[in-house]
Design a protein around this ligand. Structure first.
Ligand code: IFM
Length: 456
């Protein structure tokens, strides 16, 4: 049990993203996104669903903010849907799309909830995908135009901006292993996409600073600490590679070190860079290394590497060893809170970000309302408790951790898994759209009120 208080300026929040909650996929001038297209491909989503309606947040946002207020959230991380703002990716601006987010921000501020906006959480306009998507440089240029429009309109009121959410997922899952939109399976495209995502981040930082004076700007990475299953050289080598593939490929260039040489060599040796690193143009690495105000970290689990030499679905020569004695969430992800502590210590020591926010952390458990109408999601409470204790230990060890966002405020569309996976602290009945705060929401509310991890 932990009873020490968090710093007085520590920010407590919860996170969502546009495609996962909004619905209203074709209302008020919204353009088509790559997820609208991808989710309609047979077999793309495990339960055959899509985000057409999702949590209907586009119509229920006032009620959702009332729930946030009731829970005492201090910050709310949401994302803006590019196709609502620029239905064709660039050019004509859809004022109704802008108004939706403008009203949302006003309502948050009126409720003393700080808006924390993510500019890209994977819903690329389909028109840009038709031109090559993130695999081509022009998409990075279009992103700058989109960021300019959004931050010109909201930059006076929104002062916390995340450029991208999890560029590893947007590039690798989207362009290499096909699990996410646009569903491609092509290593050269994936590596080019990763670069263009990072490049667009660097370009966007300048635009945001211009349009939103005094704003805090950062990027969110999904980082996964890696450790070998044994002390064998093979397992250690697999761990080096996994860490490079998942973590250093993104952290290194953002913190001014360029792409890790060992990974460039690995990718070239595997034939994944037929044109070399030609997508990196003069000045790009300086752009990507633009000074930021924080690093957002999404943490869910660790990877334990065993070099089986059997290629996985993503063609990585490793497998993630699953210790059967440990607990796993319904996503099949190991519950490993100590990994968060280790990760925070490592990132602080190796990269020294100006500030860190845990921009996502949470667990998928499908517990629903029982006879008393309550949702007794004790495993989620335990998960949150243990990870918050890890945060507290990291702060005590000197990590500059400024806030924590639980993933997610409410159950929502979990990408390729559809609606079967429930990460929310608020239960959503998808038939009626009724919301029921789970016991974890009430527990988290007490954490916020006391600024202290609460007993479970
Ligand atoms: O739901 C996702 C979110 O969109 C990005 N980070 C991981 C979450 C759980 O898979």
């Amino acid at each position: 049990m932990s009873l020490s208080r968090f710093p007085t300026d520590f920010l407590w929040g919860a996170a969502t993203s546009s495609y996962q909650i909004e619905g209203a996929w074709n209302e008020d001038g919204r353009g088509e996104s790559i997820w609208d297209r991808f989710s309609r491909q047979p077999g793309a989503i495990k339960d055959g669903s899509n985000g057409d309606v999702a949590c209907d947040h586009y119509h229920r946002w006032r009620d959702d903010i009332a729930i946030m207020k009731q829970l005492g959230l201090q910050v709310y991380r949401f994302s803006i849907a590019w196709p609502r703002i620029l239905p064709n990716g660039r050019g004509a601006v859809n004022q109704k799309g802008l108004k939706f987010y403008s009203d949302l921000v006003d309502e948050l501020l009126a409720n003393d909830i700080v808006p924390f906006a993510t500019l890209y959480h994977w819903d690329l306009p389909q028109t840009l995908q038709d031109e090559g998507g993130w695999a081509v440089r022009s998409t990075a240029e279009a992103f700058v135009e989109y960021v300019d429009v959004v931050t010109s309109a909201l930059g006076g009121r929104v002062k916390q901006w995340i450029t991208h959410n999890e560029p590893w997922c947007a590039s690798i899952l989207g362009y290499q292993n096909g699990e996410h939109a646009p569903g491609l399976q092509d290593w050269p495209s994936a590596l080019a996409a990763s670069h263009h995502l990072l490049l667009s981040h660097g370009w966007a930082v300048d635009v945001i600073r211009r349009n939103s004076p005094g704003a805090q700007v950062g990027i969110t990475l999904n980082l996964t600490p890696a450790e070998p299953a044994s002390s064998s050289q093979h397992d250690q080598e697999a761990t080096r590679h996994f860490d490079g593939f998942f973590n250093r490929w993104f952290l290194d260039p953002i913190y001014g070190r360029g792409y890790p040489a060992d990974m460039v060599a690995d990718y070239a040796a595997a034939g994944r860079l037929p044109g070399g690193m030609a997508f990196v143009q003069a000045g790009d690495l300086e752009t990507i290394a633009a000074a930021t105000d924080f690093l957002g970290i999404n943490y869910y689990s660790r990877a334990v590497l065993r070099n089986s030499q059997v290629p996985e679905a993503d063609n990585e020569p490793r497998s993630v060893f699953q210790a059967p004695e440990n607990e796993w969430t319904e996503m099949g992800w190991e519950v490993y809170a100590d990994g968060l502590y280790q990760l925070l210590i490592r990132v602080q020591a190796d990269y020294n970000p100006a500030n860190i926010y845990i921009t996502e952390n949470g667990a998928s458990y499908s517990d629903g309302p029982n006879g008393d109408g309550k949702v007794h999601d004790h495993r989620r409470i335990q998960y949150l408790h243990d990870h918050l204790v890890a945060c507290e230990r990291a702060i005590q060890a000197g990590v500059k951790l400024g806030g924590y966002f639980a993933w997610s405020l409410m159950d929502n569309f979990e990408w390729g898994w559809g609606y079967k996976q429930r990460f929310g602290m608020v239960w959503v009945d998808y038939e009626t759209q009724q919301r029921v705060p789970k016991e974890s929401a009430h527990w988290y509310s007490r954490v916020i009120a006391h600024n202290t991890v609460q007993p479970v």
